[in-house]
Design a protein around this ligand. Structure first.
Ligand SMILES: [Zn+2]
Ligand SMILES: [Zn+2]
Length: 386
């Protein structure tokens, strides 16, 4: 059995088991099917006979762990785009191909006499990544960026984004043909966009020259887009930025990228978000941070300070004897989280030292310093011997 058949046949489906089925499950499923479909039990029933053959074939591969592994890997390789049939295959669309993948590694026996597969793959790999054709394909992803204010980013915001990018031509609606006419199927490649050429033992496929790989020929090109079906247009889209985005984050907006050529799906839009600094707040994940300037006496005696939050203000209690630099946590007043709720507000207290005191305050402070010494307070008590 060739690998081509492996790609086309779903043995798991034939046996009615999942692709993660155990060897035991496969054996059981096969036994039951073999019993039901056995030619002795279905004399003259050619359909049952066909099924019996298929099921036996499936069992022969899946019951052998080494063969099963090989089968799984071969199929996985072609999973994303499926087995390529005619046009419409998009390189790199999650098909698991790598550019420098060596076709000879698995399809060692592929030769010109083998028909389709070698040809198709030859063509696919020849073209991989460096396509110059304009056959229908998904539009490119578009990257753009936007700068948000700190609070906008934290709370979520709707912003307009102005972008110049190719869009379907409004005159021909993306067909590339003059209104009233339509493209015709390329007779040279029968609309596939690919022509085959044999060279030695291998069959190669290359984009059709007549239609430049598009599969269709436009006799009367649209005057506005010169037959490409696309126009550069500046558009403004409104983008909802969810709350809680952070600086440098990239947001994906599906289907908002470049238009696909000739009716193919659009690409995605990726918005890189820059968040400007705030004078008051900082961020640590979902937590909002804030430095609260306090006086020495407020730390010693304790106080309640009104501090700003993203929404309104909150009273933060500074307990008596709070050390400079201590972080006070206000639960739930931070940055909104995706799934609901919010982080915390982390308030760091920081002593503000007056640069100048009036005579009255200076005199009071001198008296305080003496009283402090007399009370036995020594700020460097822990330094004994240093
Ligand atoms: Zn046009
Ligand atoms: Zn052609």
């Amino acid at each position: 059995m060739s690998q081509r058949e492996w790609i086309e046949k779903d043995f798991y489906k034939e046996l009615g088991v999942s692709s993660t089925a155990s060897q035991d499950e496969i054996k059981k499923a096969y036994r039951k099917l073999a019993r039901d479909l056995h030619p002795d039990a279905n004399p003259g029933d050619t359909k049952a006979e066909e099924r019996f053959k298929t099921v036996s074939e499936a069992h022969a591969v899946l019951s052998d762990p080494a063969k099963r592994k090989e089968y799984d890997e071969t199929r996985k390789l072609f999973a994303g785009g499926g087995y390529p049939r005619g046009g419409g295959f998009t390189p790199g669309a999650g098909g698991g191909f790598s550019q420098d993948f060596n076709i000879g590694d698995i399809f060692g026996g592929a030769n010109a006499g083998d028909g389709g597969l070698g040809d198709l793959l030859g063509g696919l790999f020849n073209r991989g990544g460096t396509r110059t054709t304009s056959r229908p394909r998904r539009g490119a992803d578009v990257e753009t960026e936007t700068t948000l204010g700190f609070r906008e980013a934290a709370q979520g915001v709707t912003v307009p984004l102005r972008m110049t990018s190719p869009s379907p031509c409004t005159t021909c609606h993306g067909s590339g043909a003059k209104p009233g006419t339509s493209p015709r199927v390329c007779p040279h490649c029968n609309g596939t966009g690919i022509v085959s050429r044999n060279q030695g033992a291998f069959g190669f496929s290359e984009p059709c020259d007549d239609c430049r790989g598009t599969g269709s020929i436009i006799d009367d090109p649209c005057v506005d887009c010169h037959g490409s079906g696309i126009q550069n247009r500046t558009r403004t889209i409104t983008v909802r930025i969810p709350p809680g985005v952070s600086d440098g984050q990239r947001i994906r907006l599906a289907g908002q990228g470049e238009a696909g050529l000739r009716g193919a799906p659009s690409g995605d839009l990726f918005v890189s978000v820059h968040v400007s600094q705030d004078k008051v707040f900082g961020r640590n994940g979902d937590d909002l941070t804030l430095v609260l300037p306090v006086s020495y006496s407020e730390l010693v005696l304790g106080t309640t300070v009104s501090v700003p939050t993203l929404e309104g203000r909150v009273g933060v209690k500074v307990p008596p004897g709070t050390a400079d630099g201590r972080i006070l946590r206000v639960r739930g007043r931070g940055v909104p989280k995706r799934g609901g709720g919010a982080g915390d507000l982390l308030v760091t207290v920081k002593v503000a030292v007056p640069q100048k005191l009036d005579d009255n305050a200076a005199e009071a402070l001198r008296r305080y310093a003496e009283a402090e010494k007399a009370s036995g307070f020594d700020p460097r008590a822990g330094w004994a011997g240093a």
